[in-house]
Write a protein that binds this ligand. Structure first.
Ligand code: SAM
Length: 268
């Protein structure tokens, strides 16, 4: 199975409960669309749309929305939940749209899960009109209260424990994303930070929240006995974070926007 197929299957499995497991995405989708500030009637493409956090916000601002996702499960839910948008199964790296078809291309928390983010950015550039806007959100994974998890992972998987100050230890840092945007010939870059508390109900909810972030693949690759031991120790440690209000985490992200320069041919 290729990593792309694995990714598709993972999001197919998450589709029904996606916005329950990740309750902050709706708010960040709204902030991302506000950051892009599309005029009413703008043609907006939501790439890796998931359950429609970005598409929903764009619709409410009067945009004409097209949403694509690699996961058939996500696309089926999008089509059902948002009859006013065109929802299609599609790869971010091979958009089946003509050059200069959209005024805005947005992708919420997608760049970090792509094997070739530069290819997706080149495709976004191609389908944008000159002067069009790209808007992307990026999660910042900080160690914070989860230091015990990094230490547990170091024990089982041999992965390094990042320093407390290392907030950009995700697959793509915000500086790397800016560099990728510039390399893809976008200009007028503007980035803003987002910070919000996230409260998860209990240790199994923390497990659900973390496993799609690469933990599932690592645990599944362990022999069954070790995988069970890892999960048990995870749940015991997570218990120590539990208070009456659940498990509190600080969620951080950055919102990036940039423009395709005006006056260029649609395809370069
Ligand atoms: C972290 S989720 C974000 C969903 C949504 N944008 C949000 O903000 O809630 C990533 C989404 O990207 C999709 N995805 C992953 N790889 C993709 C690819 N190569 N092309 C298109 N979509 C992809 C996944 O199926 C998933 O729905």
């Amino acid at each position: 199975m290729t990593s792309t197929e694995q990714g598709r299957r993972k999001y197919d499995e998450l589709a029904d409960r996606y916005e329950e497991i990740f309750p902050y995405v709706a708010e960040v989708g709204k902030l991302l669309v506000e950051h892009a500030s599309p005029p009413s009637g703008a043609r907006l493409l939501d790439v890796g749309a998931g359950r429609g956090a970005v598409a929903r916000a764009a619709l409410s601002l009067g945009c004409t929305v097209t949403a694509v996702d690699a996961s058939q499960g996500m696309v089926e839910r999008l089509a059902c939940d948002f009859p006013d948008i065109e929802a299609r199964q599609m790869d971010a790296g091979a958009l089946a749209f003509p050059d200069a078809s959209f005024d805005v291309v947005a992708a919420g928390f997608v760049i970090q899960v792509l094997p070739d983010p530069d290819v997706a950015l080149a495709e976004a550039h191609r389908v944008l009109v000159p002067g069009g806007t790209i808007a992307l959100s990026l999660e910042k994974q900080s160690v914070g209260r989860l230091r015990w998890l990094y230490e547990l992972a170091a024990e089982y998987f041999g992965t390094p424990v990042p320093s407390d100050n290392d907030e950009d230890n995700g697959a793509v840092s915000s500086a790397q994303l800016d560099a990728l945007l510039q390399a893809a010939d976008f200009t007028n870059l503007a980035t803003i930070p987002v910070e919000m508390p996230v409260s998860l109900a209990n240790p199994p909810a923390l497990w659900d929240w973390l496993t799609p972030r690469g933990l599932a693949e690592a645990v599944n690759a362990l022999p069954a006995e070790q995988a069970e031991s890892f999960r048990n120790r995870f749940l015991t440690q997570a218990e120590t974070m539990q208070s009456n209000d659940g498990i509190a985490l600080d969620f951080r992200a950055t919102l990036h926007k940039a423009q395709k320069p005006c006056g260029q041919p649609a395809s370069i």
